[in-house]
Design a protein around this ligand. Structure first.
Ligand code: GDP
Length: 300
């Protein structure tokens, strides 16, 4: 994957040096751990996450955890793989559907993160899973956000609840609440609520998102984050966690060639799982996120 190409190369180089060694000395392990540490930091993985990661790799590589089927170099690769799975959230976490439909899924994130596109992707995927989603346009901040959601809804073949002129325009909380009521009335089983993005973390818009959260009581709040955001990822994620207490993360733009390590840190620093990944502009460029598959791709 382009986003992690450099990280993959660097880790592969670090492992290569261990090949052919019969037994690893503490110096071998320390040398490798140092290289892993540099590779992760250069990929923009957050420092706190790198520290825990490398300490754990070191401890396990020096410990007497022995898998006789693997040579020492393979054992280190296995340990790094396991630790990557751990920082990526461990097991895959699926969407939680409400016992009494509709299931309400709220989206939050910075402007340009890919929220509106994601609303369409998620809707299309839900349809393929046998669900009947409806989109709700509660992003009234950007002039063309409502139209953009309508276009995306049409592409995905799902209806969009949007404010009519005079019907709550300017009040995103009311639009969100009415959209959920409409879903109940027309018996859609999932409601995806798009909310306003912002350029930076903005107190007023965070309050708006928090008010929408209170009004629609969502089953899932997905924090959408652009994998290319770089070092700001962790601070942004923490601000959204304080503001809207999201239940899961969606990584977008994993097809880009920027360093994606910061986004990989988000699950670890917030304790919230990465649930979906978005890998392009098309509505089909979207998949559930599997920590173990991502770890294998990074180490491939
Ligand atoms: P929003 O402001 O969060 O609603 O973001 P948008 O959905 O409008 O997306 C911003 C831009 O990013 C658009 O040009 C999208 O086509 C693009 N985009 C969204 N997701 C992806 C992705 O996974 N990969 C790529 N390459 N572009 C994406």
């Amino acid at each position: 994957m382009a986003t992690f190409g450099n990280l993959t190369d660097r880790l592969t180089d670090a492992f290569k040096k261990l090949r052919g060694k019969g037994k690893l000395t503490p110096a071998d392990v320390d040398g490798t751990v140092r290289e892993i540490r540099r590779a992760l930091l250069d990929a923009d993985v957050a420092l706190d996450v790198v520290k825990v990661f490398t300490a754990s790799v070191r401890e396990r590589a020096l410990g007497d955890e022995v898998n006789k089927a693997l040579n020492p170099a393979q054992q280190v690769v296995q340990i790094v793989n396991d630790e990557l799975v751990t920082i990526l959230g461990g097991k895959q976490r699926r969407l939680e559907f409400a016992k009494n439909p509709p299931t309400v899924i709220m989206l939050a994130g910075l402007q340009g993160a890919g929220k509106t596109t994601l609303a369409g992707k998620l809707a299309k995927w839900l349809v393929s899973e046998g669900h009947t989603p409806i989109l709700v346009a509660a992003d009234l901040q950007r002039p063309n956000a409502v139209t953009q959601l309508q276009v995306v809804g049409e592409q995905a073949g799902v209806p969009v609840w949007a404010p009519e002129p005079g019907n709550g325009i300017g009040n995103p909380v009311k639009v969100a609440r009415d959209g959920v009521k409409e879903a109940q009335r027309r018996q859609y089983d999932t409601v995806i609520v798009d909310t306003a993005g912002r350029l930076g973390v903005d107190a007023e818009l965070m309050k708006q998102a928090s008010d929408i959260r209170k009004a629609v009581d969502p089953d899932e709040v997905l924090f959408v984050i652009d994998a290319m955001i770089g070092q700001d990822a962790v601070a942004t994620a923490k601000a959204f966690q304080d503001g809207v207490d999201f239940t899961g993360v969606v990584l977008t733009k994993l097809d880009g060639d920027a360093r994606g390590g910061a986004a990989l840190s988000v699950a670890s620093v917030t304790g919230r799982p990465i649930m979906f990944a978005s890998t392009g502009e098309g509505l089909g460029d979207f998949e559930p996120f599997y920590p173990d598959r991502m770890a294998s791709r990074i180490l491939d």
